[in-house]
Design a protein around this ligand. Structure first.
Ligand SMILES: [Zn+2]
Length: 223
């Protein structure tokens, strides 16, 4: 099960300032525009074992294709900082602080969803037609925050909230779904191995440093 809140918290995007040529009626001018490195984001998540589902990100669709202004980007970063703080404290302290508890339930109640029938309805709906319609629920971008808190609420209701972990190596958030709750790194092959190798070479360096210390013969003989 992949929670959008984890994906959102893991979103390590850069804001790229891209020069574009804008053609107006009488001339071509250069303008700088801000875009998010969406591709980089997807790649990072895939590496971390979190495969983003493009069907469930109406919020990001505002940031992906059109040109977000700086206010949008600030909003996004603010929301992400807020979400990260919540996840950091819950995973780090292994408690749900009371103020978060209240926020989670209050915010989750504000969630509104729009329902989009596929294909679009263009005539009276008979029982036959209804049979063929598919309904997709979509979160409005205005209540995306509520959606994220809604996921936290679901994790509380499902008693999964304390499975949230933060990888000590790369900072990625994930759910520890192992039986004995022993998952430390987001990915044992990349982050786990890197940490293991570092610990190994640190031990070796410490060992070598011990052997290289000059032996204090004077001290030994005077005893
Ligand atoms: Zn990691």
């Amino acid at each position: 099960m992949i929670f959008e809140i984890l994906i959102f918290a893991n979103f390590r995007f850069e804001i790229l300032e891209v020069p574009v040529k804008v053609i107006t009626r009488d001339r071509v001018q250069e303008e700088n525009r801000f875009v998010l490195n969406w591709k980089e984001y997807s790649r990072h998540l895939k590496e971390s074992g979190l495969d983003p589902d493009p069907a469930c990100r109406p919020f990001f669709s505002r940031y992906e294709a059109p040109r977000p202004d700086m206010q949008f980007i600030d909003q996004l970063l603010g929301l992400q900082a807020e979400v990260r703080e919540v996840l950091d404290r819950i995973s780090g302290e292994q408690v749900i602080p009371l103020e978060f508890w209240q926020t989670i339930f209050r915010e989750a109640d504000k969630l509104t969803e729009t329902v989009v029938p596929k294909p679009a309805v263009r005539s009276d709906v008979s029982e036959d037609l209804l049979k063929y319609l598919i309904f997709e629920k979509s979160v409005t971008s205005e209540t995306y925050r509520a959606y994220l808190y809604g996921e936290l609420r679901d994790m509380i209701l499902g008693k999964k909230i304390f499975l949230i972990r933060k990888c000590p190596e790369c900072g990625v958030y994930f759910l520890d779904q192992t039986k004995n709750r022993s998952k430390v790194y987001c990915n044992s092959e990349t982050c786990g191995n890197r940490a293991k190798q570092r610990a190994f070479s640190e031990r070796r360096r410490a060992r070598e440093a011990r052997f290289q210390q000059p032996i204090d013969f004077m001290h030994q003989y005077t005893e």
